[in-house]
Write a protein that binds this ligand. Sequence first.
Ligand code: 3PG
Ligand code: MG
Length: 401
Amino acid sequence: MPKKTLADLGDLKGKKVLVRVDFNVPLDKKTGAVKNDRRIRAAVPTVQKLLDAGAAVIAMSHLGRPEKATPEEKKFLTLDKVAARFGELLNKPVKKAADEVVGPAVTAAVAAMKPGDVLLLENLRFDPREQKNDHAFAAAIAELGDAYVNDAFGTCHNDKDASMVAVPANLKAAGKPRAVGLLVAKELDIIEGLMSAPKRPVLAVMGGAKVSDKIAFIQALLAKVDHLLIGGKMAYTFQKARGGDVGGTKVPDDELAAAKPLLEFVGSKITLPVDCLAAKSDDLNATQVFEGPIAAGFEGVDIGPKTLAAYSEKIARAGTVIWNGPVGWFEMPAFSNGTKGIAKAMAESTAVTVVGGGETAEAVEQFGFDGKMTHVSTGGGAFLAYVEGKKFQSLAQIDDR
Ligand code: 3PG
Ligand code: MG
């Protein structure tokens, strides 16, 4: 790691460390409860290490997109519940700071902190200045800490978030050190290794709905991988773009256009499913497996059994497998066989296995295979952007060793 990590921060006894974490976790729509605490768990080792070194930790995160939320939804976006869960995982009370993100009450709370204390600032996006990379807002946050740690891998691609860019810039101006945390260091090491010197053959499995969202990612993968196996909704986009009949499966025109430049790779680097499970659009309980054209009135909901067998066999023989995007509508148990099967094949393979993207990570966890993967990234958009080779402003702010 060419960047400073925790060990490079020097003596932390009695110091206050600002730690940007990504606690942007999925919430239960009805109760606002934390539905999945993976991102909170992932930040614990860094925070624990800082506490063990005698520091106090001022943690900060965004949650959701409050600027787009209704007042009803916004109520759930306060970090109280996240602070409580964080405290359970750390085995000590975590205080959520005042309702303001920065201001006199927060300054006072920070002044009262002792070594071993943990304070979580309120949802950074409650202050509109966060997403404008605002200098004054960042300066007020930066003033609270003696050092800065970025352990928010999932947010590293956000170039205009003050907590990611302007805050560490302010610490630098004040001569205070900036490092990456253990999670970010691990994510970077693994993804970099994956892209620079992977064990071959390298296989990527891609699913999800939109080709258009992932075109740069797919192109970056094509330059690196030996094979790209397609599943999920995008498989029907490819099928239709090649002139195949997809029955009642909805494929928007802009998706067809996005898939066109990739068609030349189909049959060589890109493999499409040979069969699919489809359900009647007006009765999802009526399902049928199709090889080739999908009948009218049916829509594709999962890869079929022949496809799963063929993909599983390729996964078993791979040196490295990168997976992004569920291959079917896995939230519906009847349509989850493909996604579950891919997760199982990866878990059983001796290949280096890396899973990226929020939904895919959730699926792997739901089926109980997360512990059997080499790495499950905490990044969604950040994972895609890093694999694409994008340079992150947030990481440019971290001191070199
Ligand atoms: C994510 O989950 O993608 C990160 O937490 C960033 O959140 P955002 O997509 O709302 O910027
Ligand atoms: Mg995102």
